[in-house]
Ligand binder design. Sequence first.
Ligand SMILES: Cc1ncc(COP(=O)(O)O)c(C=O)c1O
Length: 376
Amino acid sequence: MLIPFNRPFASGKEFEYIQQAINNMHLSGDGPFTKRCQSLLEQELNVPKVLLTTSCTHALELAALLLDIQRGDEVIIPAFTFVSTVNAFVLRGARPVFIDVRPDTLNLNEAHLEPLISPRTRTVVPVHYAGVGCEMDMILEIAERHGIKVVEDNAHGLLGKYKEKSLGTFGCMATQSFHETKNFTCGEGGALVVNDPRLVERAEIIREKGTNRSRFFRGQVDKYTWVDIGSSYLPSEILAAFLYAQLEAREYIQTLRQRIWDYYYEHLRTWAHDQGVQLPVVPIHCKQAYHMFYIVMSSLEKRNALIAHLKAKGISSVFHYMPLNVSEMGKQFGGKPGDCPVAESVCDRLVRLPFFNELTESDQAIVIDSILEFGD
Ligand SMILES: Cc1ncc(COP(=O)(O)O)c(C=O)c1O
């Protein structure tokens, strides 16, 4: 491909930090680089605890374990999200209840939330799609009134804000992704943001195979032992060293990404308006995280034709999630076509354009010209 959809980026210090991690003779998890990443994020987000994990998927699993999700519990999940959002809870025996998304931001439609709540509902998982905040005021108000926990899937939204407050700091917990396609990466990685201080100690235990090893290393107990259920969600120091370089360069990376996003938006705006193509919507009270740029075409046929047209020109563009309610697994949980009409329609029509830190303006101009030439 002439212009790929994504290209991994190194900010410059990655190899130096990996070398330091090797020199430190500490390659397993929770070494100096893990601690640096965690405290940088804790300060940036102003939260009590961040724990690096091996992926956002694992951070979501950790969150479901921490909430003691049991068989028969219900968890409200947007139909338009990645499978990990729902799998983490289904693995604990929960029944997913799919909620449709808003036609503008493609985020969970908060107006549909209350009618989906039953006595069995334990959790709702807002996903800040494309790093644009969900309507957290209303979601939190409804959740609190019904005694439901909020876990934000913030895989896309690190450094985004809703009404001046960082995404990932609204729920009792939030999950981050550092997968290769994300703004800040270590290839595969993630984090659990623990906003409720009462959950911190148990989060450390579950992440450390159900042992109180973290307390032992802090000198709070004289030996460590098996105290709870758990698994191994710690990334190695090599990954944390790579990630620390990326997190240190966060402002630079965000400047690059903002330029790319703004350039697409400016140059596609008139065309999109004329052709009835939907561009991303960022409400005035949201500061987006500049994670991706997508367009929503008028039909599935046009979307597929555009992807094929761009491919013929050496440009890689991709669709995104399939609606979970009509997936094979979703149907087993009672999902059926028509339950989430917005998600079902948008999934068919959405296309993501090449978006990576080093995408040049001249390459973007090629992508834009090719789109304008295609029409709708
Ligand atoms: C909304 C959402 N949640 C979770 C994940 C899983 O992230 P990871 O690959 O870090 O497990 C993704 C993946 O892109 C995602 O889009």
